[in-house]
Design a protein around this ligand. Structure first.
Ligand code: ADP
Length: 344
């Protein structure tokens, strides 16, 4: 398996300013739909002048507040120029529709990739993905930004065959001042940290919890806190109750389990930072050639079920109702309005 240390970006630095009152179709040819999220629909597109292939994310913004959310996403992405993070190319506001032009990422979602029959899933390959995720998160955090929606569907593979990944979707990201208390009321139950469920102060550790959950799922195909219902899942999250008892963990190294244990800690301040993760024994680049780790067949079968379940019931951002301790899907199921309103 190839590892990659590349540092180049897909295109040189661009100081993107939102173009107002302009239709993106004047500058870009739109092609097929690539995917849809909670707030936007993403199409393949080509810049007319350069023939560069890119992705256009369209977001309908009926309210001023919705527009402000996209403006915040653009502003945050302007500070996030890094090879592990999706890059912003252009941005438009055209009436009630906003459009961000992004680097095109063609490899599909990471979890879809690892369940492919041609992909040999080993603990070693998991370290290659987790290292890149931590590099991306480390950079985000060093810019004093929280992603706040770290989950498998927001990790894409750059190409269909390589092992490079990128973190996408800064729609819920926030600038963070460690001296000021920040609380949010959104998240995805299976990946959200206890402090979000409890409406306590959040911080860099909030993303690190989700990184820990992603790692657990990648290594086992199982969701550590999933209960029979969403409130049950949330209850499991708040007490940080999980274990490594399943047979999927039989072949997993103690170092990997230690890595997860140091992330899935109830106390946010005790969790490893992204930088700590990169220095953890499990992710440290080893000079000696490591013996091939066994292929994780049980995990792969579990992951197939995980992906199937997510495709059937996409666990999109939820709003947490603090007073009743009830969580509800965020608004309707159509990707029309940005999550904005949920941020407190
Ligand atoms: P939302 O903010 O509405 O949730 P996302 O940014 O998550 O939207 O995008 C929705 C889906 O579109 C993603 O899950 C992915 O499959 C696809 N997608 C998003 N950005 C790109 C891109 N730059 N290149 C290719 N596909 C993309």
């Amino acid at each position: 398996m190839k590892t990659s240390n590349e540092v180049q970006l897909s295109f040189p630095y661009r100081d993107v300013q939102i173009k107002r009152g302009l239709d993106p179709k004047e500058e870009y040819d739109l092609q097929e739909e690539l995917g849809r999220g909670k707030f936007g629909i993403v199409y393949r597109c080509t810049e007319k002048t350069s023939n560069l292939c890119l992705a256009a994310k369209y977001i309908t913004c009926p309210k001023k507040e919705d527009r402000r959310n996209v403006e915040r996403e653009v502003d945050i992405m302007r500070s996030l120029q890094h090879p592990r993070l999706i890059q912003l190319y252009d941005a438009f506001e055209n009436g009630k529709v906003m459009c961000v032009i992004l680097e095109l990422i063609e490899g599909g979602e990471l979890f879809e990739r690892v369940i492919d029959d041609d992909f040999i899933l080993t603990e070693k390959s998991c370290t290659i993905f987790m290292r890149q995720i931590c590099e991306g998160v480390d950079f985000i955090h060093k810019q004093r930004i929280l992603h706040l929606d770290m989950k498998p569907e927001n990790i894409l593979c750059l190409t269909k065959t390589g092992n490079r990944i990128k973190i996408i979707d800064f729609g819920l990201a926030r600038r963070f001042d460690p001296d000021k208390k920040l609380q949010v009321l959104f998240g995805t139950p299976e990946f959200v940290a206890p402090e979000v469920v409890n409406y306590d102060a959040i911080g860099y550790g909030t993303d690190m919890w989700s990184v820990g959950v992603i790692c657990y799922v990648l290594l086992s195909g199982l969701s550590p806190f999933m209960g029979a219902t969403d409130p049950q899942t949330m209850a499991n999250v708040t007490i940080a109750k999980y274990d490594f008892d399943d047979e999927a963990f039989n072949e997993i190294s103690d170092t990997a389990k230690d890595f997860i244990r140091k992330l899935l800690l109830k106390d946010m301040t005790k969790r490893m930072s992204a930088e700590d993760c990169l220095n953890h024994e499990w992710l440290k680049r080893k000079k000696k050639i490591i013996a091939r780790t066994p292929s994780m067949e049980v995990t792969k079968d579990n992951l197939k079920l995980f992906v199937e379940r997510w495709n059937e019931h996409p666990n999109s951002p939820y709003v947490f109702d603090k007073s009743s301790q009830v969580i509800m899907p965020d608004q309707d199921d159509c990707p029309t309005s940005p999550a904005s309103s949920l941020a407190k």
